[in-house]
Each structure stands twice: as C-alpha cells, then as structure tokens.
Design a protein around this ligand. Structure first.
Ligand SMILES: C[S@@+](CC[C@H](N)C(=O)[O-])C[C@H]1O[C@@H](n2cnc3c(N)ncnc32)[C@H](O)[C@@H]1O
Length: 559
C-alpha cells in the first residue's frame, strides 16, 4: 500500500472531523478538509468554510513544512504513486509538499513547473525527467507521449495493474470507510489482450492540427501568418485539455487491424482537393466533417471481423462522401457505412438523423453466447474480450439459484446486455435506462435472442419518485451499473428501503463507487439513512490497458 497518498492534504481520513462536500449539483461527499481532493481529482467544496484554502488550518497541519510554491515556479519532484485518472502524486524534494503531475510515473524524478495551485496541493507540468520511473518500457505507439488516449503505455503492464489495484484499495479505505482486514478484496483481473482491444474508436476532424511547440513555432515563422490551409487539417485524437486541437493519427494500436486499414484509406484521401471536404471548425461553426467513428464487430456465422464506418457531418451532403465511401467499401470487412448528421454547434457524435451510405445499419457482436445488433449510436461494452470476463464475474456475484424463480432489477441497463445474459436463469428481468434508443436496442436484442422475460423501461434514475418500485416485484438481485457520477442519493435511498438480498454494483469510477458503497453500508447520516449492506466481495477488472480507467464489480449482501 502506498503511504504517500494517505498523507495528502485534503484527503479524507477515518476519524477526522467530517464535513459534507458537494461534488455535483445532487451528490454529496464526505471529507475532512475543504481542499480539492487529489486522489479523486474532484473539486470538493466545503460549504461550511468561507476561508481561502491558504488560510485553512488543515493545510499547515497536513503539510510537513510551511512550503507553498508559486505559480510558474520550477521544482524538483519525485513521483510516489498514481492517483485516480492516472495523475502522478509527487512530493517536492525536501518538503513533503504534494503536487499532481500528468504523465509522471512512480519512481520518476523530474523538474516540473507549477501551473495551478489547488488548495493544499499544486498541479505541475513536467519539463524534464532527471531519473526515469521504476518500470519504464518503450511505448510502441508513436503518438503515446502526446495523445490523451493511452497515457500509461510506457509503464510496464504489470505495474499499470498494480497501481490500479492500489488506487481502488486506497479509495475504499479513505472514501468508503472500509478496513482492509474486513474486505474480500480480490486482485485485479488483468487484460490478456493489451492492444487492439477496443471495438470502437472515435476520431475528430479539425481545422487546426496540433504540433509539438517547437515545430509549431518553426512553422509559424516560416509562413509568417496564422492563416490556416489544408496542411493544417487533421483527423485524429484530441490533445488532452484542448477541445480545438487534434493530433493527426494514422494508426491506432487500440482498435482492430481492419479498422486501422480503413483509417489509412480515409487519411490518404480526405484532404484531396478533388473531394472538396472541409473539417468542421469548432470556433466558427463552419465546415462539414465532424467525426469519424469506426466500430468493429463479428459476423456471428463466420466469426470474421465486421467494420462499421460512421461519418458525422454538420449537414447531409452524401455526394461529398461518395468517393471515400466507394474506396472503403472495397474492404470485405466493411459491411456498413452510415452518416450521422449533427447540425448543432455542440461537438457530439450522435446525429439528429442517420443515413445508410453503404451496406447495413448495424453490425453484430456476441457476448456470453448471445447475439447483439449494434447500431452506430448504441452503447456496447468497448472491450468485448474483457466484457466476457466482467459479465461472468457479475453472474458469479449475482449468485443465482438458476431455478427460474428469481427477479433481477438491472439499473442503468444500457442496451440490456447484463440482464439479457442472466435472463435464461431467472423468472423476470426489469431493466431501467435513460436513453430511449438504448431501450429500443435492448428490446430488439431480447427478441433476437428469443428472450421474453425481460422488460425494459426508459426512465431517469436521478429523478425517481416515491412510487418507483411499484411497477416491479421485489428483486432478489439488483444489478447497478451507473456511469461515472455514480448513483443519485434518491436511488441510494430507494435501495436502502427496498432491501433486496443482493446488490451487484458494477462501476467504471472507483471514486464514486467507494462513496456509494459507503452510503449503502454505513448510511448517510445527514439524510438520516441507515446503511443495511455488507460489502462482501470486490474485484477490480482492467478493461482498458494503458489508460487510467478502472472497472470494479462489488457484491453487497443485506445484513
Ligand atoms: C456504464 S453504462 C452501463 C450499460 C450496461 N449496463 C452495459 O453493461 O452495457 C451506464 C448506462 O447508464 C445510463 N444512464 C446514465 N445516466 C442515467 C440516468 N440518470 N438514469 C438512467 N440511466 C442512466 C447510460 O445511458 C448508460 O447506458
């Protein structure tokens, strides 16, 4: 267990004075000081404190010296551990003062410049490595040091999963108020496929290609102006922190090889003057091409890879895309080319209208023996290989009798995949989800797989009324798989009242997971809610190698 994080100023500590912190408009967080939370990287406000962070007594109490750096100051630093979201937790040599640094890895000594002060700690940008980190490996991807996609590629995979496991343990203890001794904490399940594991990648078109600073200065000087032309256009991934800058990506090691071949052909062709294609400019809101989404699935009969290509554009002008479509449809793997038209000035990839430009509107994928039809905008687990393992764990944790008598409540069900993989062993499945299209997909997926005992309902689980629960029988097992913000306190309250014998909590954010587990097990004092669950098993799963993301499956049993 890493000790550095336990002494970070602003860190929640068991036994310390507790306050309630707002982490979003509806959620609360317990913590002991009024500073931002370095481990979760959430800005947590203590409403009871009006003092500036510098005045906060907790800062001087928790900081071994009175050292506090200035903005732009350069510091010699040593990285001690990784915090959630993959930022390095570092100490200023000789002071114990904590700074957070993107892309710093444990054991690394480096020079950093302070970019932001955040309460009792600061954020720095790395300028120069003095001594590399313990588990340095060469990143196979040429974009690894700049692209926001896989920040941890140059860290040995075994070390990546070790740090992820530690982060979950730390959060359970410090945010969830669990003790290590009383937990059945299972070691993280690594992913046996560490590249080409993503079945979906979304690239952006951009008028302003990102270049490293020195290349950019040289280019501007040579040209002597800021006027952009076709050579500045890019198709690739966003530079972390910039919504308007994209790194040109010709090959991505995370997606399937078939998807990479398609990307190459599009990259070779889309800037051709003959096509007259312009990327969408997020400042002027002019231009045509917004995003390129590549999805890979599997032909259920032959097992061969199927690729869907989705062009997201600002208007419907299929004639502009026809030459590109002709080229990519020559690949036998490409079975679907669609065009999502998104006329809004927002930068999302979901269109108001969808048109088929070639082939069919969906591709198929199999998971736990079932077939799923996936359309361009459906949610589907992004790492199909590891989803098999995740879903098997969920089934084990659900502990079904298998006699067809039990009821499952599948909260945040998406396209129904979890509930459907369990449906054949139970009496009924009730799935709830906010996205209407996902509910239509879930119903269609039930039909394709001849499942008639699954009922899917569209609804916002952040806005449940006191009547929620009247429309389904008391479940034997609740599966809850929320997105990153975790569960609303209304839902926590509902679950505490429902008292289902088992809850399987699946989480993609260990920080909100630890908070929700705390509420379900230890109660929410401020809301007069008593906890009634015991956390009996927890299992982190690495769904996304080389990224800071961590998935967890947790079993809660009624006390
Ligand atoms: C992590 S995904 C899980 C999907 C599904 N369980 C699966 O494994 O494929 C979370 C789902 O919660 C849905 N969601 C997010 N906020 C919601 C809300 N307030 N009410 C209901 N569903 C919500 C999202 O649309 C998404 O489908």
């Amino acid at each position: 267990m890493v000790t550095a994080t336990a002494s970070i100023p602003g860190f929640c500590r068991i036994g310390a004075v507790r306050f309630i912190r707002r982490i979003s408009h509806h959620q609360t967080f317990r913590c002991s000081t009024s500073t931002p939370h370095p481990l979760t990287n959430d800005t947590i406000q203590n409403p009871s404190s009006t003092k500036s962070n510098h005045d906060d007594a907790s800062v001087s109490a928790n900081t071994p010296s009175s050292f506090f750096p200035k903005k732009n100051q350069t510091l010699e630093l040593e990285c001690e551990s990784l915090a959630f979201k993959g930022k390095g937790v570092c100490k200023v040599s000789g002071t114990g003062f904590v700074v957070m640094c993107d892309r710093a890895l444990p054991g690394e000594r480096f020079i950093g410049r302070v970019t932001r002060k955040k309460g009792s700690y600061a954020e720095v940008v790395k300028l120069k490595t003095l001594v590399p980190h313990h588990d340095l490996v060469e990143a196979p991807c040429e974009y690894a040091s700049d692209c926001g996609g896989c920040k941890m590629q140059n860290l040995l995979y075994e070390a990546q999963v070790r740090y992820k496991e530690q982060q979950v343990q730390e959060l359970l203890v410090h945010v969830g108020r669990f003790t290590k001794e009383n937990l059945e904490f299972n070691p993280i399940v690594p992913c046996s496929i560490q590249y080409h594991y993503r079945n979906k990648m979304e690239f952006s078109f951009c008028t302003d290609k990102w270049l490293p600073k020195d290349e950019m200065i040289a280019k501007e000087e040579k040209r002597g102006s800021n006027i952009r032309n076709g050579n500045d256009y890019a198709l690739g991934l966003h530079v972390p922190g910039f919504f308007d800058k994209v790194i040109q990506i010709d090959k991505c090691l995370l997606q399937s090889e078939a998807a990479d071949k398609v990307l190459t052909v599009i990259q070779d062709g889309w800037r051709s003057q003959r096509l007259d294609l312009s990327p969408y400019n997020v400042h002027t809101h002019k231009g045509f091409l917004k995003h390129l989404m590549l999805r890979s699935g599997r032909n259920v009969t032959t097992g061969s890879v199927e690729v869907m290509v989705n062009f997201v554009t600002s208007s419907y002008k299929p004639e502009l895309l026809s030459l590109l479509v002709e080229k990519i449809s020559l690949f036998p793997e490409v079975v679907s080319v669609v065009n999502n038209v998104n006329t809004s000035i927002g930068n999302t990839s979901v269109g108001e209208e969808e048109y088929i430009l070639y082939g069919k509107s969906t591709i198929t994928e199999t998971l736990r023996g079932l077939t799923f039809q996936i359309s361009a905008n459906s949610f589907f687990q992004t790492n199909t290989h590891q989803a098999e393992i995740l879903y098997k764990l969920i089934e084990d944790y659900a502990g079904l009798r298998g006699d067809g008598s039990e009821i499952i409540l599948d909260l945040f069900c998406g396209t129904g995949t979890i509930g459907l993989t369990l449906a054949k062993r139970v009496k009924e499945v009730y799935g709830y989800e906010v996205v209407a299209d996902a509910i239509s997909d879930a119903r269609r997926n039930a039909m394709i797989n001849n499942i008639s005992n699954a009922i899917f309902v569209q609804g916002d689980l952040n806005k449940i009324s006191d009547n929620f629960g009247n429309d389904f029988p008391k479940p034997n097992v609740v599966i809850s798989d929320p997105n990153r913000p975790g569960m609303h306190t209304k839902l926590i309250k509902f679950l505490l009242k429902l008292r289902s014998p088992r809850i399987v909590y699946v989480s993609c954010n260990p920080s909100t997971c630890a908070r929700d587990l705390d509420y379900l097990c230890h109660g929410v004092m401020e809301k007069n809610l008593e906890g009634c669950y015991k956390l009996t098993r927890i299992q982190p799963v690495d769904m996304f190698p080389h990224t800071p993301h961590i998935e967890c499956v947790c079993l809660l049993e009624l006390c």
